[in-house]
Design a protein around this ligand. Structure first.
Ligand SMILES: [Zn+2]
Length: 218
């Protein structure tokens, strides 16, 4: 199968980071498709939000059933009775979740003829997930290429950006308001600016405030 070098597959959750990656991809690639993993997220709304954004942007959207993950690790993301706790490794941790997701993304990229795979993983606000580290992504890129005898390029445009810089990127792409108002990052399942209290909202909102302050100062 001949790959179309201009086609990109974005790993897409409907959150701030992956939505910014989607707009980044739309700027750089002729053809963009999205993939969302359904693994029994704490909020089923996440899937709906992702579907709505894909529809609004007129993009082909693949939703893959990864519900088997809940068998591997009952935890705060999938067990709705548990509270989210902070620590070195958050208890939202599903072992090797990103390894599994990225492997499925690569298999899908093969099927749809996409050479480029884009993910919003980031080391800067290091969440404690070892399979979100740059070194892991580079290793996985080699592994999936060997596994399928292909030349995929895994792109991580947010890897070294903090939240403030991710907002800046959305702004540079002309999508600051869209990303702010149409994405879901909050652990409580509240759209846009969210609950303001959970760790995810605190990170997102602090970055937004810092970015606006910096932009206003210029
Ligand atoms: Zn929240």
């Amino acid at each position: 199968m001949k790959l179309n070098n201009d086609k990109a597959l974005v790993v897409f959750s409907g959150g701030q980071d992956s939505t910014t990656c989607m707009f980044h991809a739309l700027k750089h690639y002729k053809e963009v498709e999205l993939v969302t993993f359904n693994y029994g997220q704490r909020h089923a709304l996440e899937i709906t939000v992702a579907q709505n954004i894909a529809e609004e942007q007129g993009l082909k959207h693949h939703v893959l059933d990864m519900s088997l993950l809940s068998q591997l690790s009952p935890n705060a993301l999938t067990d709705h009775t548990m509270a989210i706790e902070e620590g070195n490794i958050p208890n939202t941790f599903v072992p090797a979740r990103n390894l599994l997701f990225m492997s499925f993304a690569a298999a899908l990229a093969y099927q749809i003829g996409a050479k480029h795979i884009i993910t919003g993983v980031c080391e800067t606000d290091f969440s404690g997930y070892p399979d979100c580290r740059d070194i892991f992504i580079k290793s996985l890129n080699v592994t999936v290429n060997l596994a399928m005898d292909e030349n995929f390029v895994i792109h991580t445009p947010l890897m070294w950006l903090d939240k403030k810089e991710t907002w800046q990127l959305a702004d540079e792409l002309g999508q600051l308001d869209y990303v702010r108002n149409n994405t879901l990052t909050c652990y409580e399942g509240i759209m846009a600016d969210g609950c303001g209290e959970c760790p995810s909202c605190q990170l997102r909102n602090a970055g937004f405030t810092a970015y606006l302050a910096e932009r206003g100062a210029k």
